[in-house]
Design a protein around this ligand. Structure first.
Ligand code: PNS
Length: 159
């Protein structure tokens, strides 16, 4: 069975992430979405909330599972029996950082390779940080995130 891991912070998951999830889920038998639970970062949503939002948004995709992880990504990939890490590239500005991480990960664990999908053009400008910024000022985020995430973001900033 070919297992792929799609890792990220997903704070929160965007339509750009969903596009990568949809497309990469067709390339592997099972896609494990790994939500980084990094105690050094202060995310808007807890790891549990981020996992829940992705689960809701991907409930119709039968070969997709969502889990939080901490520690090294390649160790998580190993644990899940995955030999491929999926990452989305929005623009050339993503490339330098992604190249370095992919090469580092391959050095640390040569069994794991990284596969890049270019984000569909309609989502090339979408990012979680832009969603958080617009959400903070109560702006319209409906074209950036799945429907189930819209209210969660607004709720977060109303509190
Ligand atoms: O959505 P993001 O924040 O761009 O995702 C970054 C992520 C989760 C892929 C990256 O931070 C990661 O893999 N973190 C786990 C620690 C690790 O394995 N680092 C790689 C060696 S530099």
């Amino acid at each position: 069975m070919r297992v792929g891991v799609y890792p990220g912070s997903f704070d929160p998951v965007t339509l750009g992430h969903l596009d990568v999830i949809l497309r990469s889920s067709k390339l592997v038998d099972q896609l494990v979405i790994g939500v980084l639970n990094n105690s050094a970062k202060k995310p808007l949503f807890s790891a549990e909330e981020r996992v829940d939002m992705i689960k809701e948004a991907t409930k119709d995709l039968t070969n997709v599972v969502v889990e939080a992880f901490d520690g090294l990504l390649v160790d998580f990939a190993d644990l899940k029996g995955a030999h491929v890490i999926i990452r989305g590239l929005r623009a050339i500005t993503d490339f330098e950082y992604e190249l370095q991480i992919a090469q580092t990960n391959h050095k640390v664990n040569p069994k794991v390779d990284t596969l890049f999908l270019t984000t569909s053009v309609e989502y090339s400008y979408v990012s979680s940080s832009v969603v958080r910024e617009i959400g903070m000022y109560g702006g319209d985020i409906t074209s950036f995130v799945p429907q189930n995430v819209v209210e969660r973001v607004h709720d977060k900033f109303r509190k």
